[in-house]
Design a protein around this ligand. Structure first.
Ligand SMILES: NC(=O)C[C@H](N)C(=O)O
Length: 386
């Protein structure tokens, strides 16, 4: 699919939030301080495009909060309320860009594009990659539609869902570990190879209707807990005591932890906490294969497997399920729906009734196990990949 910009002038809104693309040297390190106009001033404007700038924040994105993300969600919504606007570009720090972009994608109902970009080298650097990325993002925002929220970086177009920061410093900062990028920038055109899969978008959460400072205190707490050899369930228990309504367990391997952690998950779920399990491994799905504290037991304890979504985006899915206007009893089901929109279809039921993160409601009842996951994971893995 080759997208060439429609004839006629295009009107875009650029929302500036900070990040390296807006950073200058502060004497001891870089920090975001430049305005959206400064960010735009360095970039060439593609012909026929006019840009209105909204200065929203000046933060480096490791300081991003749910409250700021909801403010941005509302700002994008407000920008698109003007039917004369053809698309929105958001400039953002790269550290948490994948989280913010995914939150917006889960709530994006408009055919017009929202395109995130940023930089790995600061605004003040002579060789900053910011101007080129802004030019490309404007070009994409002026050309495509019906692709949801996108990330444009280093000449590539990525879907928000599934895309993670894979390079700390190099210019090609983003990738989806399992998929080719959605497209790339060509000479005056945008080549799109696939349409990202997305679940039915959510309406704006009630919290996004109110000014951020009024809601900041009432936003649900969602903690992320990393598993490792020697991991102590204390941190999961403490998160619950601290009032977490959601927890993302960043497990090892295909979603495995320990029997003690499975007990803590069970206690958390009994208290109404939404627990999701992802993995610290770079690529591949989490799957119900192992018992003895593995994903089989974590699911039995009430946790939801996050398919191929990595920790940052899994946390955003949990947060979005908690923010949605649904009864607490339906949140797990909603979370599964948000995870189901994965661009990577879930592996199907395996021999022995073993399945991956397909929704429990949707999955066929497990057949009596010919060989349980604990007895024969290797055979089942082989069957899966056959
Ligand atoms: N390249 C960047 O934008 C990194 C920066 N620390 C940020 O996320 O704000």
């Amino acid at each position: 699919m080759e997208w060439i910009r429609a004839e006629g002038p295009r009107r875009l809104v650029l929302i500036s939030t900070g990040g390296t693309i807006a950073s200058r040297w502060q004497g001891s390190g870089y920090a975001a301080e430049a305005s959206g106009d400064d960010v735009l001033a360095g970039a060439a404007l593609p012909a026929g495009i006019s840009v209105e700038v909204v200065d929203l924040f000046k933060v480096n994105s490791s300081r991003m909060t749910s409250s700021l993300q909801l403010t941005l969600l509302r700002a994008v919504h407000d920008a698109l309320a003007d039917p004369g606007v053809d698309g929105v570009v958001v400039t953002h720090g790269t550290d948490t860009l994948e989280e913010t972009a995914f939150l917006l994608d889960l709530h994006h109902t408009d055919p017009r594009p929202v395109v995130f970009t940023g930089a790995q080298r600061p605004l003040s650097a002579e060789d900053s990659d910011g101007p080129g990325n802004v030019y490309d993002a404007l070009q994409v925002a002026a050309s495509v539609h019906d692709l949801g929220v996108l990330v444009v970086f280093d000449g590539r177009v990525h879907a928000a869902r599934g895309t993670v920061k894979t390079q700390t410093l190099a210019a090609n900062a983003f990738a989806d570990p399992l998929e080719e990028s959605v497209g790339r920038l060509g000479f005056g055109s945008v080549a799109i190879r696939r349409t990202p899969e997305r679940p039915e978008p959510l309406p704006l959460p009630p919290a996004a209707h109110a000014p951020a400072d009024e809601t900041a205190g009432s936003l649900p707490r969602v903690d992320m807990i990393a598993h490792h050899s020697d991991a102590d369930p204390l941190f999961l228990d403490t998160a619950v005591e601290a009032g977490a309504q959601g927890i993302v367990l960043v497990a090892t391997g295909a979603g495995n932890a320990t029997p003690r952690i499975a007990e803590s998950v069970s206690a958390a779920v009994a208290k109404g906490v939404l627990v999701a399990v992802t993995t610290r491994v770079f690529a591949g799905p989490v799957a119900e294969l192992y018992t003895g504290g593995g994903a089989v037991d974590l699911v039995r304890a009430g946790a939801v497997l996050t398919g191929t979504l990595r920790a940052g985006q899994a946390r955003i899915a949990v947060l979005s399920a908690l923010l949605a206007d649904v009864a607490p009893a339906r949140r797990t089901q909603l979370l599964r729906r948000l995870l189901d929109g994965s661009a990577h279809p879930e592996p199907t039921l395996l021999p022995g009734g073993v399945r991956t993160s397909a929704p429990a409601e949707a999955a066929a009842p497990a057949a009596p196990a010919a060989a349980s996951a604990s007895e024969a994971p290797a055979e089942q893995l082989k069957a899966r990949t056959a």
